[in-house]
Structure formats: structure tokens, C-alpha cells
Ligand binder design. Sequence first.
Ligand code: ADP
Length: 462
Amino acid sequence: MRRLNIKAKIILATTIVLGLIFSVSSLTFYQQVKSAYLGRLDARLESYAEKLREEVEEQYLEKRFPYLPDIRSLRTEGLPDPRVRLFDSLGTMILSDSLLTDWPTKPWSDINVHEYLFEERQTPQGRFRTLWAPVEANDRNQFAVQVAYPLKDVEASLALLQLLLLIGVPVALGISAVAIYAIVSAAFRPLSDMIRAAERVSANNLSERLKLPRNRDEVFRLAASFNVMMERLESAFKGQKQFVADASHEIRTPLSIIRSELEYAQKNLSESSSHESLEAALEEVDRLKKLSDDLLLLAKLESLSISLKIQTVRIDEVLADCVTRMKPVADKAKVNLQLEICEAVEIKGDDDKLKSGVLNLIDNAVKYSKEGGTVTVTLSRNAGSVEVSIRDKGEGITAEDRQNIFKRFHRSESSRSRRDGSGLGLAIVHRIVELHNGTITVESQPGKGSTFTISLPEEKRD
Ligand code: ADP
């Protein structure tokens, strides 16, 4: 049974259950028909016995008993040829059908106590149904009648019914099994398609989709979920490929710069310009280091097994610390860095990761500000959430860039010429905020400045 597939199991189980139902109901049906046949025969025997009683009683009272022709001529509807015996209370046989003459009699004491006593008797002429009944005259049972009727017609009808059931039940079961096979096969066809499609799937063939069945049933939902899963897998794989391509591209540029600078320094070892080339090569090495650090951090943040060191964090202190650390950078860029904090606010989060996110945003705000510009870091509370905004009055971001700004390696047209960015910073910030169940949004007007707002759930106080 364990080796069978689900389809075979369903067909086998339903056929067994149907077989049991068919057998029990045909057995019950056979019994019902049999007792209906016998019931009808018994009723006719009773009615015949009743007429005999009346005739015998009448003849006895009129003192002309036994007048056999009258008794023999009695008939009952549905009993064409009944056999009769008649006894008196001493057991003397007064009248007997030739067939019954040798049949054993019954003690008077047995007959006397029953109104009707039914029996079946096997004879060389076949089985008979017989009835014994006492006959009352002058308030006393004085005679007994025995009526017998052959069971051959009833037996023939029952044998025919038995034959029909013995042939009919297996035939009906066979037809049902074929119908169940057809229904189950039709129901399982989409599943078989699904298995074949799943078998065709590989890393290079993620475009495989299932045709959705017309009926919106469980199989439809399974196929739809399979397609959604394939959609996600395909886009994850595409993203992964794109990521690798972008990363190699980002690494290639500094590497080729380093190579040409080193080549120049090698050829002009004695000249002072070779010193500048080595310096440029070192700068590119630093850039590569930053890029590989960012790549590693992003990969860690995106891995499913990342575990944040969640604790209660004073977000106002985090912001103050970030501003203090970014002050020298802002001063160097001649940008005024301000902090506006409403009050002390606590949230649940990972202190280091939150700091790294905020530092990234302040670094960008300073980087994309003009000399003499202002960057403002603000903390406010808003209906159960804490909002951190970093506002600058720099170059701003176009609507098109705003859509892609949190994607990995995305850099605006204008910032691509700069050699101090990789396009990973905002992707890292976005992931950090996501891991804290928060959201990050950006508002910006090109030429006027941008505001990045992080919204985080506030820690509830009891
Ligand atoms: P990058 O290292 O290039 O700064 P980010 O992921 O931090 O990478 O930012 C992606 C791009 O978003 C930047 O290249 C820049 O075009 C744009 N951007 C980010 N912050 C600002 C800002 N405050 N003002 C204007 N543009 C910004």
C-alpha cells in the first residue's frame, strides 16, 4: 500500500468502500424481497385457512360434516393449487391431499395453543410452506387444518434476483472504478503537469510557469502559488546576477586606474610625478577597501540568518553621537551641521547598525550639499513612531532617481562623475531600517535639497 501513488490509493480505497456499500445494500435488498415474498404467501395461506375453518365449522354445526366436495372447492386468490389435510382432535385424518398423506402429523397439544403455526418442509417434490390452524366449533377447538403450498415459484424468483445481484454488483463496481479512475486522473492531471514543470526548473531555466486550471480550486491555488514562487525565484536570481555584474564593474574601474598609475610610476621611477601616481593608486585601494566593506555588510544584512543585537536604544543619543562624528567632515566641506532633538526617546534596535545607517545619510547630505549649505538632523515623535529626518539644501534628486535610489549600485547621472561613492550606501540604510520594522522615505526638489525620513516603531512603556 505504501508503494502505491496517491491516485492508485484513492481509486483502491473508494472502490473498496463502494464494494462494501454495494454488498451490504444488495444483501439487505435480497432479505427484504425474500421476506416480502414469504409475507405475501403467508397472508394467502392464512386467508385460505380462515375459509376452511368457516366451512368446517358451518358443516359441523349443520351436522353434515364432512362434505368434502365443498371443502375441496374452496379457493383463495393467488393460491392456485393449495394442498390440504384435515384432522379431528383425536388425530384422525378426515381428509388429505395425496401429496400430504405420508407427512408426519403434529401433536394436538401443539396445534391447540396457536392460532396459526407456520413451518417449512423439505420433500422429494421440493420445499413447502405449511400452516397449521385449529378449527373451533361450539366454543371448543375440535379439528385442525394443515395447508401446504410449494415454494418453488418464490425460490425461482429469489434465485433470479440472486443471479442478477451477483452479476450486477461486480459490474456496477467495475463501472464505478472506471468512473473514479477517470475523475481522479482528470483531477490529478494539473498536478502531473506541475511535477513535470518543477522537474524542468533549473538555475538557467527559471522562466517556467504553469498553465492555471480553469476551476478555481485547491489545484488552481497550488499552481498559482508555484508561479508566484517561480516569479520570486527568478527575480532573486536576476537580482543576484545583476549584483555580481555591478560589483565586478565597480571593482574593475579602480583596478584599471591602480594598474595604469602603477605602470606610470614604474616607468618614471625617478620623476616626482611618480609619487603622485602612487598616491592616486593608494586612494583607489582605499576606495576598493570601502567598496568591499560595503559589499560584505550588505551581504550580511541581506542574509536570512542575520541577527541584530536588539536592545533598548536612546535614539536621541545615537543622533547626537553621529552628528559629533560627522562634524569634522562637515567642517571640511564647509557645511553647517545642526541637530534638533525634541526629547529623550527610546526604541528597540541594534545601536551599531542604527548609527551606521544615520552616518550614511548624514555623509550623503554633506556630500551633496553646496559649500555654506546646512544639514539638519531632526528627531520627532508621531503617533507611536519615532521619526528621524536628515534634511539638506543641496542638489536634490530627480523624480526618476527617487524611484531607484535605494537599489544597489544606483547613482544619479550627476553623481556618477564623482569618485567618492559606490551606490551601496542607501541600499544598506534601507535594509537596516527594514530589519528594524521601520520605513524610509525621501522628499526632494532638484536644486533645492532633499529630506530623508526614517520612521521606527517607538518602544512601548508600561
Ligand atoms: P553613493 O555612494 O553614490 O552616495 P548612495 O547609495 O549613498 O551611494 O546614494 C545613491 C545615490 O543617491 C547617489 O549616487 C546620489 O545620486 C543620490 N543621493 C543620495 N543622497 C543624496 C542627497 N542627500 N542629495 C542628493 N542626492 C543624493
